[in-house]
Design a protein around this ligand. Structure first.
Ligand code: TXA
Ligand code: MG
Length: 316
């Protein structure tokens, strides 16, 4: 039985499993991660194999804090500013990797940069404190599918492949971290996520560039098709059709008899982000012809929500 409640004893076992080169799923405040010792190339290879993830798509490395991050990456003034403001938390920073820092080359898919994040979830922090190793951890889903926000979702995605799934309950934020590149002159937003752009821009005192796919330090993982359920999605729908399942948002919803889930009746984007992936999974099971998605505002967490929905809709 690979799902274990995240007791101190289970966390100790998970740390031992990681140290011997096994892969372990664990909760973070954003989504569940599938972790491996980032210093161990064979362990990292198991993560790529379990996810069926293309090897050109690099992984995020989890560290307890900024002091640990300094071992693996060059921390510029801008990086320090952002890490001090938002770590631990849902921000991943793409940084210049320190040569000979011991991180397996496969983690960064051969790039000379590395994405680092200090997660805030108490189980993730306890695991990092126990294992005393950097943990490479992508979201614990099969490549191209919706990220898991519960231990049961991890099991549905990966079955018996992880040596253990630490169950810390549903992830409080429910959408992946914001990825910011601080390589080069202008900090750039590589992936909108659980930390709203506005909060980052306030600390920087200037707008974040939206990094292009061909930008140096761009995220190779940001393919247009990603995070897709099997049922086709239609976006910005105000009039759902027969056969649809409706993904609603806010208090004013259209008259509709079919299956309906509301991401937030109050129109709260934080609540909507936390429920997005679990609700997509649920609607995907309903045998609908399509999932019709109401318009969702683009500010705050709405940027990340709309990004994930657009990728899901791109599946054609
Ligand atoms: O919230 C999260 O970030 C979760 C939890 C588990 O921490 N992790 C996660 O990892 O979403 P993953 O592998 O699903 O997404 C990592 C993203 C990908 O878009 C990848 O291309 C990008 O980060 N990335 C990683 N290393 C990079 C690098 N050196 N340069 C540019 N992008 C990088
Ligand atoms: Mg992912």
């Amino acid at each position: 039985m690979p799902i274990l409640p995240a007791t101190p004893e289970a966390i100790r076992q998970a740390a031992q499993a990681l140290a011997r080169g096994d892969i372990v799923a664990f909760p973070t405040e954003t989504v569940y991660g599938l972790g491996a010792n980032a210093l161990d190339a064979r362990a990292v290879a198991k993560v790529f194999a379990a996810k069926e993830r293309p090897r050109f798509n690099p992984l995020i490395v989890h560290v307890p804090d900024l002091a640990a991050a300094e071992l693996y990456a060059v921390i510029t003034d801008t990086a320090r500013l952002l890490a001090e403001a938002f770590w631990p938390g849902p921000l991943s920073l793409v940084l210049q990797k320190r040569p000979a820092c011991g991180i397996a080359d496969l983690v960064s898919a051969g790039l000379d940069t590395i994405a680092l994040r200090a997660p805030a979830h108490p189980v993730a922090q306890a695991l990092l404190a126990e294992v005393k190793l950097p943990i490479a951890a992508p979201s614990a889903n099969r490549s191209g599918r919706v990220s898991p926000t519960t231990a049961a979702h991890v099991q549905a995605e990966l079955g018996e492949l992880p040596a253990m799934i630490l169950d810390g309950g549903p992830c409080p934020l429910g959408i992946e971290s914001t990825v910011v590149s601080v390589i080069g002159l202008e900090p750039g937003l590589l992936r909108p996520g659980a930390l709203p752009r506005e909060a980052i821009e306030l600390v920087l005192g200037r707008p974040l560039a939206r990094a292009k796919a061909n930008h140096r330090g761009a995220s190779p993982g940001q393919l247009a098709i990603h995070y897709a359920p099997a049922t086709p999605l239609r976006l910005n729908v105000t009039r759902p059709e027969a056969g649809d399942a409706l993904l609603a948002f806010g208090p004013d919803t259209p008259d509709f008899d079919g299956p309906t889930r509301n991401l937030s009746r109050q129109g709260d984007l934080n609540e909507a982000a936390a429920k997005l992936f679990a609700t997509l999974r649920e609607l995907d099971q309903m045998g609908a012809t399509a999932i019709a998605v109401m318009p969702i505002p683009a500010h705050g967490l709405g940027e990340a929500i709309n990004d994930r929905l657009q990728r899901a809709a791109n599946r054609g």
